[in-house]
Design a protein around this ligand. Structure first.
Ligand code: ADP
Ligand code: ZN
Ligand code: ZN
Length: 731
């Protein structure tokens, strides 16, 4: 007798175990099945088949049936499941759910069948024609029409020849009706594939990547032709009979990007992103599973695509935080990519104009191989960045949101019939306090990160250590009383611009104006048509766009992201402003960037203005080392949430005590450990406490396993515990 190990499709820690069932003959690893469970029948996944079990024969239940008659989860992904369960402390069922389209589980999507008709081949066409009345012109014509091809979509024939005619011939058995499964195809703009001659730098990059199956960091400035490198690498891989995954952040997966891939690789490409209908997503996934599509282009979750024999994995804009899943199941796309790279022995390419400090550090240490594209295509210069001191503007009596420099550049841009983009640098909603006289911003005395102003308590808080400070009323640096918090919004900027330029098209793009599914695309299309025109927006407008007429980029409050309460805020600022600047001067006309700041001498701006990533990297890395932040340490947050204040406090306390014991054993590894209320004390009626720790990296794996054990021991029905590693957001 064969025994199947089954994970039932319920995400509940109590039943997230491997169950043994008697396996029917047809059972295969990776199939979805119906299994009896308690007094119900539910879905499960077969993850192993073996010969023996410890369960008594009399107690062993049998798998009832299959859900699909084919394997939906390939062996590689089952190995990946074990890897993820261990590494991130996830439930089996949560991992497995990532590997199939969610629509499949609800059983709402089904393969799409269409009705086709063809000529009945029992007799030849002349005999049929004789049978049809000679005055039935339509029937004669249909018969003749079908001579040329085997199958026609019935609905199309109906349009051409009327339903009556088609049905009559089916009735007379001249035509046969068949149902066939068809794939729903996502819509694409059709463009033709443009062949370009590679620059020597592109050629070198492509050859290096194709030469060995390593991990590469492709560091190429904006407009350096990285996309062409990706496509050629993929072309080589396909010619070798292998497959490829290309990841792009959701926000950059524009129709333009997809159309480019489709033009080059036609129906060998499958796309996976949130804009597809359930049916389209299911069909694209099936085409991948059955080997019909060999290239997958998609957002983060496309890393789980059921490809076999992968030849390359490419991650574009690798610095984007969206590659890290912060909600359950939590995972980091790079870990998954590295796993699949090893499993398939293929190349992995991380690419960016502004690599994350962590990735560049790995390139410096030799863990990744660095490939550089330091020039724009055709050696076009990067736009000149002019830094404008807003405190100086105040002193000169300009209290508006636009500096004189920005206003005069805007006038010029519009007079010349060009386009401008105005970027409001806002990340999240947290606010800081700033002196309007000298630019001073309150920071934590221990952590050197900006403090967050909490309006409800009228206090400043550090999100890394929990320390609280009185809200500023007077600047400790210059004594001024003009302290402000909060930021300029897109709406304010747009209405000011409309006053200044009543006859110019001014568009706005932010969370509010892009709620509807297609509005993002519509705004971009409208902007493309508007010369002169101005697009005002948040970081949504910063990345990837390729508008030929944009000659001016204005950055309204560059400092906003600098004072996000986050050890990565300087890095993020560098990234955002560099990407935003990259939108200007992409075609014939030269571009210009006006960067408005209250701290013009901040080191980040000095490096940004010179496009000097490497010096910025060195400086930033030194700071991280001195302040003991990643990549030199790892931040762990244990988040305790519950409706019951007493229970959550109690559990938090026991866990904290156990971790304190752990700290005495690993004294040198803990850089920081404390327990506190979370900065946001309550979300959806659940009270939140947290334990924060920073650990050196050497014994991290050992310690985190022990921490997971502690969580397992104390987690219960009333209190849930989340472990976050290097969380992006500590609210
Ligand atoms: P990046 O992704 O590095 O910002 P892109 O891949 O968008 O840059 O390339 C910028 C522009 O240069 C695109 O319009 C692209 O079609 C064009 N391009 C890329 N490679 C070449 C080449 N070898 N010759 C001419 N044009 C090229
Ligand atoms: Zn001051
Ligand atoms: Zn602090």
């Amino acid at each position: 007798m064969k025994i199947a190990e089954v994970i039932v499709d319920i995400t509940n820690s109590q039943v997230d175990k491997i169950f043994d069932y008697e396996a029917p003959d047809w059972a295969k690893v990776g199939m979805r099945v119906y299994v009896p469970f308690g007094n119900r029948t539910i879905h499960g996944f077969i993850i192993n088949i073996k010969d023996d079990t410890n369960i008594a024969k009399s107690k062993l239940k049998k798998i009832a049936d299959f859900v699909e008659d084919y394997v939906v989860i390939k062996e590689e992904l089952i190995d990946l499941m074990y890897f993820m369960v261990k590494k991130y402390h996830l439930r089996y069922a949560d991992c497995l759910r990532l590997f199939i389209p969610s629509e499949m589980r609800s059983e709402h999507v089904k393969p799409l069948f269409n009705t086709f008709v063809s000529l009945n081949l029992e007799k030849n066409i002349e005999e049929y024609k004789l049978k049809i009345k000679s005055n039935a012109k339509n029937q004669q014509a249909l018969c003749e029409y079908l001579k040329h091809n085997q199958y026609y979509l019935k609905s199309e024939l109906v349009k051409k020849f009327t339903r009556q005619t088609v049905n009559k011939l089916i009735e007379d058995k001249i035509l046969l009706e068949t149902k066939k499964c068809v794939y729903r195809e996502p819509y694409f703009n059709k463009i033709s594939n443009k062949k370009v001659e590679h620059t020597p730098l592109q050629t070198r990059a492509i050859e290096t990547i194709c030469a060995a199956n390593g991990t590469y960091l492709l560091f190429g400035v904006t407009g350096s032709g990285k996309t062409e490198v990706y496509m050629s690498v993929i072309e080589n891989v396909i010619n070798d009979g292998k497959t490829a995954i290309m990841l792009v952040p959701e926000i950059s997966l524009t129709p333009q990007v997809l159309a480019n891939f489709k033009a080059r690789f036609s129906n060998q490409v499958a796309i996976l992103h949130s804009g597809l209908s359930a049916g389209e997503r299911f069909d694209e996934w099936q085409r991948i599973l059955f080997g019909e599509a060999k290239i997958v282009v998609g957002a983060r979750s496309a890393i789980f695509a059921p490809l076999s024999n992968i030849g390359t994995i490419i991650i574009d804009e690798e610095h984007e935080s969206s590659y890290i899943s912060e909600s359950n199941p939590r995972y980091n796309t790079f870990d998954i990519a590295k796993f699949r790279r090893q499993y398939n022995n293929c190349s992995l390419v991380l690419a960016s104009a502004t690599p994350s400090i962590e990735s560049f550090n790995k390139a410096m240490s030799g863990e990744y191989k660095l490939i550089e594209l330091p020039e724009r295509i055709n050696k076009k210069p990067l736009p000149k960045i002019q830094i404008v001191d807003m405190i100086n503007e105040l002193r000169n009596g300009n209290y508006g949101m636009f500096s004189n420099a920005l206003l005069s550049e805007l006038n010029k841009c519009i007079k010349e019939n060009h386009q401008a983009m105005i970027f409001i640098n806002r990340r999240g909603y947290s606010s800081f306090m700033r002196c309007m006289e000298c630019g001073y911003v309150a920071k934590c005395s221990d952590c050197d990160v900006s403090l967050v102003y909490h309006k409800d308590e009228n206090r400043l808080k550090c999100h890394y250590c929990g320390k609280r400070f009185a809200a500023l009323t007077k600047c400790p640096q210059c004594g001024s009383n003009s302290i402000r918090n909060g930021a300029v919004g897109t709406e304010q900027v747009v209405s000011k611009l409309k006053e200044l330029y009543p006859n110019i098209k001014i568009l706005r793009m932010d969370n509010d104006t892009t709620r509807n599914k297609n509005s993002y695309q519509k705004i971009l299309e409208e902007f493309a048509k508007s010369t002169p025109g101005i697009l005002v927006g948040t970081q949504m407008i910063a990345k990837g766009h390729d508008f030929k007429d944009v000659t001016l980029v204005g950055i309204i409050d560059a400092d906003q992201s600098l004072y996000h309460s986050d050890y990565k805020s300087t890095e993020k600022t560098f990234e955002l402003i560099t990407q935003m600047s990259g939108r200007a001067g992409r075609d014939k006309e030269e571009g210009k960037v006006i960067l408005q700041t209250y701290v013009p001498r901040h080191y980040a701006y000095r490096y940004i203005a010179n496009y000097d990533y490497k010096s910025f990297f060195k400086k930033e890395l030194n700071l991280r080392e001195a302040t003991k932040f990643p990549p030199f340490t790892t931040i762990i947050r244990l988040l305790f949430t519950s409706q019951f204040d007493e229970s959550v406090r109690e559990i938090t306390k026991v866990c904290y005590n156990e971790i304190k014991d752990l700290k005495t054993k690993f004294v040198n590894d803990f850089v920081y450990l404390d327990v506190m209320k979370s900065p946001i004390k309550k979300i959806k009626n659940k009270i939140r406490y947290q334990i924060l720790a920073r650990l050196k990296n050497d014994n991290f794996n050992e310690i985190i396993c022990k921490i997971y054990d502690i969580c397992d021991k104390y987690q219960n029905k009333k209190v849930s515990i989340f472990v976050e590693i290097n969380p992006q957001n500590l609210s």
